[in-house]
Design a binder for this molecule. Structure first.
Ligand SMILES: *Cc1c(COP(=O)(O)O)cnc(C)c1O
Length: 387
């Protein structure tokens, strides 16, 4: 029997190689060329007005914090409301800028709960980071409304959200900045890269300097176009080496062509899971918010004795994952306030295999195995109670 992995990326290899070959033949693998083409294609795909291609979404989240902090003159220690159910990058980005992550609780979609956000707002709150877990929009619109009401900036960690639409429109329009990941196991695979999309054109112009060590490419271009003195570019401030390159952008251009088709298949997989796991005792399916056409980066369920269930599934060569452990369990966040719903979910949630190489029979095998393991586990628990 074959192993069923959680994630396996699919690349259109011949098309990707043609893009990469073009870069190699031209002798242009860095910023410019394909990165510009990919930014243009991405803006067209999402309808977002600005996009800057990066070497990762982690870099993008950092830049989102850095530029908003600078523009709006936030002080060190100012607060950013965030979720405990996310990948490490989200909250590291807040800390890179000496801002203070304040954890709010999640709702039934495992995304930030607007009511919990309201309770966490103080005089020092400056922003909210919303993570669309698994591609779900959760209550993003209500969160955007809170941000407007309290004059807070909204940062969308859209690492899972390539192709997620809300009432027909691609996500990202409701936030001040949206950051997408094109890491290999995300919905639009490259190897590693990301996109930062600011709503404000000035911040979009600004971020292009930050991703290339503070070098002002406008003065660079001006000088270069005079023919000589290319070394007379200006450096306006310290910056980072965060921009993406043409090899990744070339692969991204290919993946972008297929992402809607691929996401439709992910939703097909999700509907197979839903129909087979519906009303199964001991298995709770994490719902998708109404109006959300979900990228279906993940299909998540909640079970008791999650770790034992996963270990049993592993013996059957089925390898689910966990997205994520409650971040406040990490030693570095031990002083954080408890978020009860996130903490409870963290011990029970499980992501079932979700990728394009899975067929109907694989999903059937995962479901049968899961149903059987959960049933055995509950008989075992009952047995223990009697004894
Ligand atoms: C993958 C991921 C990131 C980081 O993306 P990279 O491109 O690998 O830096 C950030 N946030 C979430 C929720 C992610 O899943």
């Amino acid at each position: 029997m074959d192993a069923i992995q959680l994630f396996v990326p699919t690349f259109r290899i011949e098309e990707c190689l043609a893009e990469v070959r073009e870069c190699l033949e031209k002798g242009w693998t860095g910023i410019g060329f394909k990165t510009v083409a990919f930014e243009t294609a991405w803006k067209e795909y999402t309808g977002l007005p600005h996009a800057h291609f990066l070497n990762s979404a982690t870099a993008g989240l950092h830049l989102a914090m850095r530029l908003l902090k600078q523009r709006h003159e936030w002080a060190d220690g100012d607060e950013v409301i965030t979720t405990p159910l996310t990948f490490v990058s989200t909250n590291h980005a807040i800390l890179y800028e000496n801002l203070n992550p304040v954890f709010a609780d999640v709702d039934e979609y495992l995304c930030l709960d607007p009511d919990s956000i309201r309770e966490r707002i103080t005089d020092r709150t400056r922003a909210i980071v919303f993570v669309g877990l698994g591609g779900n929009t959760g209550r993003l619109q209500a969160v955007a409304q809170i941000a407007r009401e309290f004059g807070l900036k909204l940062i969308l960690d859209a690492a899972h959200m390539t192709g997620t639409r809300f009432h027909g429109r691609h996500v990202g329009h409701e936030s001040d900045v949206a950051v997408f990941s094109f890491q290999a196991v995300k919905n639009l695979p490259t190897a590693d890269s990301g996109m930062i999309c600011f709503a404000d054109p000035e911040l979009d112009a600004e971020v292009r300097k930050w991703t290339w060590l503070g070098i002002n490419k406008d003065t660079f271009t001006r000088t270069a176009s005079r023919g000589a003195y290319k070394w007379y570019y200006d450096v306006e401030h310290v910056g980072f080496k965060y921009h993406g390159n043409s090899l990744m952008a070339g692969i991204g251009l290919v993946s972008l062509k297929y992402v809607d088709h691929d996401n439709a298949y992910r939703r097909q997989i999700a509907s197979w899971y839903e129909s087979q796991l519906a009303n199964q005792p001991g298995i709770e399916i994490v719902p998708v918010a109404p109006g959300c056409e979900c990228s279906r980066h993940l299909f998540q369920v909640l079970v008791s004795d999650r770790d034992e269930v996963m270990a049993s599934l592993n013996t059957m060569l089925i390898y689910p994952g966990v997205h994520y452990r409650d971040n406040t369990l990490f030693r570095m966040f031990r002083a954080a306030r408890l978020c009860p719903t996130a903490r409870e979910a963290s011990g029970r949630l499980m992501s079932l295999p979700m990728h394009l190489r899975l067929g109907y029979h694989d999903i059937q095998r995962v479901c049968h195995s899961l149903i059987e393991v959960v049933k055995q586990m509950s008989l075992f628990r009952r047995g223990n109670q009697v004894a």
